[in-house]
Ligand binder design. Structure first.
Ligand code: UGA
Length: 460
């Protein structure tokens, strides 16, 4: 199929690159011409493991065309994927102006009727507005557009795997022809007939995805309901962690046992600095806003947000208990991306933590394996190191803010010897507590068996 992807961010590039890997021909455009320049130079404007190879291969085979001309992208394709950003406005409502702009551009420039697919995460009812906007302009020119919702469930860091081996493919449609076209688009995944870029030697025996057909609003709702439920799970774990900390219980053990019940499941129950990134926080806000507009009480999600905000404050209290005065203290912050395997720092709780410590006067020496370029621009008030070892030199505390494997694999004896004082505060409970203690560290995690700095217990 000929498909255009409008929006060359995380969603657009993964979707476009993977659809090209399935054999489709893709036109990719964005109104940020810098991103397109980077793509044309054979690089990626984002870091996503494996994606560079997928896009380079598709470019070389002529199946991934980068164009600065949206009209070229629109006229070339039979289906158009909208992958533009929907950032939160000041009251939490999703800002859909980019979606509207794309709708008008499509309706004004298309030479024939097209299928327009919502890939960006949008609140329910957006599809109906999109249809209306396309109809207003399309009608004058005798064109009728069809709209579908096709939410993505890609996690940054493992997006290729999630695209190629999804649990489900949700399509919100209003007619059979649209469903047929979407089925055609995803046929290689449904029939498991493709050269998998994640597992080049063949896919392990993974079940094919569920094909789920729903209404456009149903598709939109499924996406917000999924992300909000994930946020609820994380906040639930963080809420129990608050109590576990007071009781001296090991939260990791508690949540492991809770998650062994298949009705609950063991994923997304890791406590720590809370959920960040460009999806969960904004989707929860937008979902609350939509429910409020329709008079439905979503206070449960508001609580999840409050618990999430408390995570950083509670962790800073712990750092203060361990260090007493923060002002002037040299602290190494390891990890700035909102989670490992990405360079994304949008709404990163790790970066927030570093900034709040800096605001309190601490001398922050920060390092992240992938997010440094973006962090240097976004947070010039921090000091940056080119390696974890450089960051920890003479530090009075090391904070694990993002659970990169690189940090687990550090030579911790060397780290200890480089530091001014062997103190580690693990905001992601990702280091082996007993090993850290036996190396001579004062090691504190979130509600773990080693969670409380001694002085704080006495004060409490
Ligand atoms: C999330 C969803 O997981 C995807 O299914 C969805 O497609 C995507 O949003 C999206 O809407 O595009 P992502 O934002 O990449 O994916 O990140 P997650 O893996 O969900 O992590 C979100 C945040 O929660 C991170 O800050 C992570 O550190 C935190 N988290 C995650 C926890 O604090 N504890 C956990 O147990 C899991």
């Amino acid at each position: 199929m000929k498909i255009s992807v409008i929006g060359a961010g995380y969603v657009g590039l993964v979707t476009g690159g993977c659809l090209a890997a399935l054999g489709h021909k893709i036109w990719c455009t964005d109104n940020d011409t810098h991103k397109l320049d980077v793509l044309e130079s054979g690089q990626l404007p984002i870091y996503e493991p494996g994606l560079d190879a997928v896009i380079l291969k598709a470019q070389a085979e002529g199946r991934f065309i980068v164009t600065k001309d949206p009209v070229e992208a629109i006229t070339a394709a039979e289906a158009i994927m909208i992958c533009v950003g929907t950032p939160p406005g000041p009251n939490g409502e999703a800002d859909l102006s980019a979606i509207e702009n794309v709708a008008y551009t499509i309706a004004r420039h298309a030479q024939s009727s097209k299928l327009v697919i919502e890939k960006s995460t949008v609140p329910a009812r957006t599809g109906q507005e999109l249809k209306r906007a396309l109809a207003v302009y399309g009608k004058k020119r005798g064109l009728a557009f069809r709209v579908a919702s096709n939410p993505e469930f890609l996690r940054e860091g493992t997006a290729l795997l999630d695209f190629m081996h999804p649990d489900r493919i949700v399509v919100g449609v209003e007619d059979d022809e649209t469903e047929r076209q979407l089925r055609e688009m995803y046929r290689p995944l449904l029939e498991q007939r493709f050269d998998c870029p994640v597992h080049p030697s063949g896919c392990p025996s993974l079940p094919p995805p569920h094909w789920m057909v729903t209404t456009i609003s149903g598709g939109e709702l499924i996406k917000h309901a999924s992300n909000s439920f994930l946020a609820l799970k994380i906040s639930y774990a963080n809420m129990v962690a608050e109590l576990a900390e007071k009781l001296g219980a090991d939260i990791d053990q508690v949540m492991r046992a809770v998650g062994m019940d298949p009705r609950i499941g063991n994923k997304f129950l890791n406590p720590g600095l809370g959920f960040g990134g460009f999806c969960l926080p904004k989707d929860v806000q937008a979902f609350i806003h939509l429910a409020g507009q329709l008079g439905v009480d979503f206070s449960m999600l508001k609580e999840a947000e409050k618990i999430n905000k408390r995570c950083i404050s509670r962790f800073i209290d712990k750092i203060r208990q361990a260090l007493w005065i923060l002002k002037g203290k040299r602290i190494a912050v390891l990890g700035l991306a909102f989670k490992p395997e990405t360079d994304d720092i949008r709404f990163s709780t790790s970066l927030d933590l570093a900034l709040r410590l800096a605001e309190e006067g601490a001398h922050i020496q920060a390092y992240d394996p992938e997010a440094m370029t973006k962090a240097r621009v976004a947070a010039p008030q921090l000091n940056f190191s080119d390696s974890a070892y450089e960051a920890v030199r003479d530090a009075e505390a090391v904070i694990i803010a993002t659970e990169w494997k690189e940090f687990r694999d550090l030579d911790w004896t060397r780290v200890r010897d480089l530091m001014a004082r062997p103190l580690v505060l693990d905001g992601r409970n990702c280091l082996p507590a007993a090993d850290m203690v036996s190396l001579g560290f004062d090691y504190y995690s979130v509600a773990g068996s080693h969670s409380q700095p001694a002085a704080a217990v006495e004060v409490a």
